[in-house]
Structure formats: C-alpha cells, structure tokens
Design a protein around this ligand. Structure first.
Ligand code: BGC
Length: 418
C-alpha cells in the first residue's frame, strides 16, 4: 500500500473516531404534536442530527402543555429529568429554585445572547443572573383566524373590528349554515378565548392591572363581568362537537370551510401553513375585536436540566446554541407560525401575518400595550393561573352561573391561590 493511501486511511479513521467521540444524546420533553408543530420541531431534530447528536423524543400530547408540565414534574421528582424540556415564563424561576437546571452561560457568552435578545426576554430565561433556558419565538395570542371564502360570502369580505360587528358576522355565518365560532372546550382554550375577550373589553391597561398585578378592584369590576357575558354569548355559535376538542381540530374546521372563525394564538397559523394555505387568499389573520393596538404574547423556550454525562452535556450545549441561532429561528418560525425572538433575523420569507405581528410587537412595546398571556403561563404562577382556569371553565360549562357571580368567584379564587 502506498504511503499516501495509508495516510488517507489513517485520516479517515481518525475523523470517524472524532465525530463519534463527540456524539451525544438529548432527550427532549415537549407537547408539539399537531401537524404544524411537528413540522417546526423537525427543523431542530434535523439540525441536531447534522451536528452528529441523537434525539430521544418525549412528546406529551395536550395543547397548552398542562399535561406535559405535570409529567415533567413527576420525572424531575423521581430524579429522572430529560436533558431539556419546553417551558414558558415565570415557571422557569420555580424550577431554578429547585436547583436542577444547568447553567448555559458559556454558550450564551460565546453566542452573544445578551446582545442578541431583548433584555426583558433574556431576563425571563435566567435564574439568579445565569441562563438556564433558550427562547425560540414570540407567539401572538390575540388573533382571529377567519375562513376567507365564508367571510366573502356572508360578510362582503369585511373583517369585524368591534364586538357588535363580530357578533353580526357570527350571526351571518350561522344563518348561512356554517359553524360560527370554532372552539375546543378544554380549560386552556377557554382561558385563551377569555383573556382575548378581556383584552378587547377592558384594554391593555386594565388587563395588566387585573391579570398581571392581580389588583382586586380591576378583577372585581364591570369590565370583568362584561368579559364573562361576552364569553357566554359566544357559546351559542359553537357546534355540538366542541367539548374536549383539540385546538388543531378546531383550526381544521376553518381550513376545511366548515366554520367561520377561531380565536387562537398563531401556532394555529402553523396548521394553515402545513395544509398549504395562504393568508389573504385562503384565510385572514386579524386582531381580535378591540385589540388591534395591543399584543398578547408568550415565548416558547427550552429549559436545560443538570446532567452528568460529558457527551450528553456537549449535545445539550449544541442544542442551546442551535435554538438561538439565526438559521434555526428563521426556519423554525416559518413553520411554527410565530416570529423569531431575535430581532436580527431576515424577515423576507415571512408571510403578511408574521410581518404584521413583528410590526405590532414593536409598536405595542413602545406604547405600553404589550401584555403577557396568562392563559399561556407568561403572567401568573401556575397556582394562580390554575385558579383562574377553574372559574372560567366552570362558568363556561354551568349556564346557571351568572357573569356577576363568576366575577366574585374569580376575585376570591385569585385571592386564596397560593
Ligand atoms: C405554546 C405553543 C403551542 C400551543 C398549543 C402554547 O402554549 O406556546 O408553542 O403550539 O400552546 O399547544
């Protein structure tokens, strides 16, 4: 064998050894199981694969992530947390207190996260000043998703911008034989619709007082009672299959032209995208009536758990690096329906809904009408939001409870929540 040939073989062997030597595994807990969500997650799985690391998928079905968070707690309590888990908002701090999270500062420093992420977003993902989670997006919640051909047929293409016009549109759609309002009766979906009606009814300032500051006079108020009344009003436009329906099946009713409108965060857009539908042509995205100048947000992030295996620790660092990287944020958000959390990502390939979301995010943060979603874990601790969920869903299911009674119940539930 020639000397050159021998050297080539040596080099090939060496590089194979090196690449396998670095390969680690990440086990990732998440709840992205719908068509659009799975397509978005695949971007990450493929990027990890390209980096030579393997992926163990731990999917816990259930929109909004309540079940996933329960499973995460039981795994952490039994001393067996995954490498990483999806998470949102203030809950990160509670996990930090348990001393189970991995410090990701070395990645954050090398990748310059402090300068790339808006400070308020960065802070949510730090515990005691150290990064323990990597944020991937900004979801806007105050959207309605309208079937374009139904809108054209029953409402002359006019998008309703206030509550009365919205109800008139639902009336028109029902009279024409469509389901007016598409909904899935699950507590987190009830809370999602409720918080948007609240924002449209009381405005951003009141919303913050009631749901962020938990101010009793804002909670126990005519605005809240009106919100409950409006929420009940919507019920008559829902179909019989509503109880327990998953959110993506509600979105499918809009996509298939069975229902006129759904109120849902822009993960719903991921379903339209996965079905090959286009905004402006097949569907319309527009702010929930009364919320055009506001923006309710949540940020999806991946939290990193302590881990002792050096190879998996390398893989965990790669995962963190990828999550905040420009390429991932662009490719992932194009599929997820959200917008990148990094302001420097190229926006050319994003659609009109995403571009509007980017603009409204900026405008609302300078005007003070950017508000965190309590239905999506950004405004309250899980104990408080759980208490709110209970009252909202009970009211929705018990027609004998008046809006006034619900308001009083909500105020006392929030007061007595731990
Ligand atoms: C999450 C989204 C997810 C949606 C439905 C929200 O709380 O932020 O990423 O797609 O729930 O499960």
């Amino acid at each position: 064998m020639s000397k050159i040939k021998k050297n080539v073989i040596k080099l090939t062997l060496l590089s194979t050894l090196c690449s396998t030597a670095y390969a680690g595994n990440v086990e990732v807990l998440h709840y992205w199981t719908s068509g659009g969500e799975a397509a978005a997650l695949k971007v990450l799985q493929e990027m990890m694969d390209e980096e030579g690391h393997s992926w163990t998928d731990f999917a816990v079905a259930g929109g909004g992530g309540e079940t996933a968070m329960t499973v995460l707690k039981s795994r952490a309590i039994s001393g067996n947390p995954p490498t990483s888990s999806m998470i949102a908002g203030p809950e990160i701090q509670q996990w930090g207190e348990l001393d189970v999270l991995e410090n990701m500062d070395s990645v954050a420093k090398a990748e310059n996260w402090d300068n790339l992420l808006p400070k308020n977003v960065a802070d949510i993902h730090k515990y005691n000043g150290h990064y323990v989670a990597a944020p991937v997006n900004v979801h806007r919640i105050n959207w309605m998703w309208i079937n374009k051909s139904i809108l054209d047929e029953v409402n002359k293409g006019e998008v309703p911008t206030n509550w009365d016009d919205f109800i008139a549109f639902l009336d028109n759609a029902s009279s024409a034989g469509y389901i007016g309002f598409s909904h899935g009766g699950q507590d987190w979906q009830d809370a999602t619709v409720f918080e948007q009606i609240a924002l449209g009814t009381g405005g951003a300032k009141w919303y913050k007082k009631a749901f962020v500051e938990l101010d009793d006079s804002a909670i126990n108020s005519p605005e809240m009672t009106k919100t409950f009344e409006r929420f009940r009003q919507l019920k008559s436009y829902m179909d019989k299959g509503m109880p327990g329906r998953d959110w993506n099946l509600a979105t499918a009713q809009i996509i298939e032209g069975k229902a006129a409108v759904q109120i849902m965060g822009d993960w719903a857009k991921g379903e339209f995208t996965a079905a090959g539908k286009q905004p402006g042509k097949d569907y319309i995205c527009a702010a929930v009536p009364g919320t055009v100048d506001s923006f309710t947000f949540n940020v999806d992030a991946f939290m990193m758990f302590n881990n002792q295996n050096p190879k998996n620790s390398e893989a965990q660092k790669t995962l963190s690096k990828l999550l905040v990287s420009k390429t991932f944020q662009e490719e992932f958000n194009l599929k997820k329906g959200s917008i990148p959390v990094r302001p420097d990502v190229n926006i050319e390939r994003f659609d009109s809904c995403a571009k509007l979301s980017m603009k409204d995010f900026k405008d609302s943060s300078s005007s003070g009408s950017l508000v965190p979603s309590f239905a999506h874990a950004m405004a309250m601790t899980p104990d408080v939001s759980g208490a709110v969920y209970d009252v909202v869903t009970r009211f929705f299911n018990e027609d004998s409870m008046s809006a006034k009674q619900a308001t009083t119940k909500l105020a006392s539930a929030i007061k007595s929540a731990p």
